[in-house]
Design a protein around this ligand. Structure first.
Ligand code: TXA
Ligand code: MG
Length: 318
């Protein structure tokens, strides 16, 4: 049985105990719910891959409470330190050379010499990480390839019986996964995944960031073409809609006539749209429609991450 509990001090103490014993706890972050396990234990990490049915070549993000803890597990150059000090805690993940002596699970790193690190800003995640006092490996708490959870109820639906405890921290305030920046080479930062911190905001701190990895280094293994997928087919940039489709609208003026319509943000606010995206995709998936049509969304700011997720949701399924 999967228990869902509010984030009381007792729950957090118990959650820390469960994690330290090598078991799984789902917890809220400002981006999406994470499926946490002890990042130093191969046995615990194996449970996460198993619960998510996640391919083992896709490494996990390590969550820690602050920059000081992060510096114990990875090598930070001046640029990485500068960006981390400005953006953490927050929806940003940095890929950096790992410190061998940190004792991280090799399984969680998928054998790479780098580690993806994040300091989440959500108060419940912060309290949990401080109570555990060890790195917590945590992918999004959904079956691999499916829509990420932004509510505790999503986790309970998707991973029932596969997670020991879900801490209910309410709706995730950002709603999209963290932005992943590769700073393995300080002189060539690159954006591996658009996310909750807009690229413009990253570039305001460290200057220009390349897109994707250069050919010399492996791409982020998690950037699969089909991902974040609901069950129904997804059609992008829809300017009209048929009567058996569901419409995921954006902005004040969308086409009428859909079987059911949900609006990501009537005001055309990208942060509001990011907060709503996954919950609305889930709701439309259950609507009985034949497919989901999505209104065009601008590419600026968080729009880049929104469009990235929607493109993957619409990609041909494996
Ligand atoms: O917002 C988030 O980042 C959420 C919350 C729970 O923290 N976590 C999350 O984790 O989205 P996950 O596992 O679903 O996505 C992690 C991404 C994947 O695309 C993975 O391939 C990439 O980070 N990644 C992890 N380690 C990496 C590494 N060493 N080098 C390059 N990419 C890495
Ligand atoms: Mg994920």
């Amino acid at each position: 049985m999967t228990r869902i509990l509010p984030p009381t001090p007792e729950t957090l103490a118990e959650a820390a105990q469960i994690l330290r014993a090598g078991r799984l706890v789902a917890f809220p972050t400002e981006t999406v719910y994470g499926l946490g396990c002890l990042g130093t234990s191969n046995a615990a990490v194996a449970r996460v891959y198993d619960a998510k049915r996640r391919p083992a070549h896709n490494p996990l993000i390590m969550h820690v409470a602050d920059l000081k803890a992060a510096m114990r597990i990875a090598h930070f150059g001046p640029r990485a330190r500068h960006l981390a000090s400005q953006a953490w805690p927050g929806p940003l993940t940095l890929v950096l050379p790992r410190r061998a002596e940190a004792g991280l699970s090799g399984l969680a790193l998928a054998g790479l010499e780098t580690v993806a690190l994040r300091v989440p800003g959500h108060p419940v995640a912060q309290a949990l990480l401080r109570a555990v006092a060890a790195p917590v490996a945590g992918p999004s708490a959904n079956p691999s390839g499916r829509v990420s959870p932004t509510l505790a109820a999503h986790v309970a639906q998707d991973l029932a019986g596969r997670v020991d405890l879900v801490i209910d921290g309410g709706a995730c305030p950002v709603g999209l996964e963290s932005t992943v920046i590769d700073l393995t080479d300080e002189n060539h930062p690159s954006l591996l995944r658009a996310g909750g911190m807009a690229r413009e905001a990253v570039e305001a701190v460290i200057g220009a960031v390349a897109t994707g990895t250069d050919a010399a280094r492996p791409a982020s293994p998690g950037q699969l073409a089909s991902h974040y997928a609901p069950r129904l087919p997804v059609r992008l940039d829809a300017v009209d809609v048929s009567g058996d489709e569901a419409l995921l609208a954006f902005g004040p003026a969308g086409p009428g006539g859909a079987r059911v319509t949900l609006n990501l943000s009537k005001a055309g606010d990208l942060a509001e749209a990011a907060r709503n995206l996954y919950a609305m995709m889930r709701a439309l998936d259950e609507s009985g429609a034949s497919g989901i049509a999505v209104s065009p969304i601008p590419m600026t700011g968080l729009g880049a991450a929104l469009n990235d997720r929607l493109r993957r949701a619409a990609a041909p399924r494996p």
